[in-house]
Every structure is written in C-alpha cells, then in structure tokens.
Write a protein that binds this ligand. Sequence first.
Ligand code: CO
Length: 150
Amino acid sequence: MAIREIRKQGDEVLGKVCKQVTVFDKKLGILLDDMYDTMIKDDGVGLAAPQVGILKRAVVVDVGTGRIDLINPEIIETDGEQTGPEGCLSVPGVWGTVTRPNRVKVKAQDRDGNSFVVEGEELLARAFCHEIDHLDGHLFLEKAADIERK
Ligand code: CO
C-alpha cells in the first residue's frame, strides 16, 4: 500500500471522463487500497481514481460506517433532497453548499467484478454522488453555492 499524490483543481485529469473497468486484477486491488490509504491520511470520506491521476471508474468511500469500494458505479434510484456543506481533497480549504438527493441507490461491482447494489442516506448519499461526479469530470464547485475558503 502506498500514499498517492492527490491531483488538485486545475489539473486537466480532473475534467476527463473515466473509462469503465473491464479487468479485475491485482493492480486494481492495489489502486483501491492506495486510494483508501490516501483518503484516510487526508481525512477524506471519499476518493475517486481520477483524483490520483487514473482515468478509471473506481471510487472508495468511508463516511465512518465502513469502507465501500465502487467499481463502475451507477446511480439507479434517488429520493428526496439535502442541502449542506461539501468539500473535496482536490480543492483543499474550500467549502460550498451543495444540494444532493437525500437517498441514493447505487449499482456497482466489487474488486472481483461481482455486482451489488448499495443504498446510502444523508452523508453517504452525498459522498456517492460527489465521487461518481468525479468519474465524469465534474467537481462539486460546479454545483456549489456560498463558496467559502478556510
Ligand atoms: Co472530490
């Protein structure tokens, strides 16, 4: 496991659309473990592969309720609305108010390629939406109001 460099706002890799993962090998597992360690080190609750310079549809999330790896994730259902503060490890020191669904259902694959469905509410739903946006080259700033630098 290793800590990888987090790409920051302005790096063109963050604006690109990521490719589907088709090979579920050891290298993918190492990427996910490195992403998780990098996220934890910087006190994040989610990290997407493009944030470490890899244009693949892979995400790790942990809002304090356990680690969830999402490969090729797709939001298949949303419900309700929440408005609250959001930040990003690629945009350090910046917070913005973002409205997201309050509950989302995500279909994804695990590191071995097995499909599963996971549901998230509140912060977990927010993290799923934020990270999946990264896979399509979107930063939360595009959706944020009241942007604040701390
Ligand atoms: Co982010």
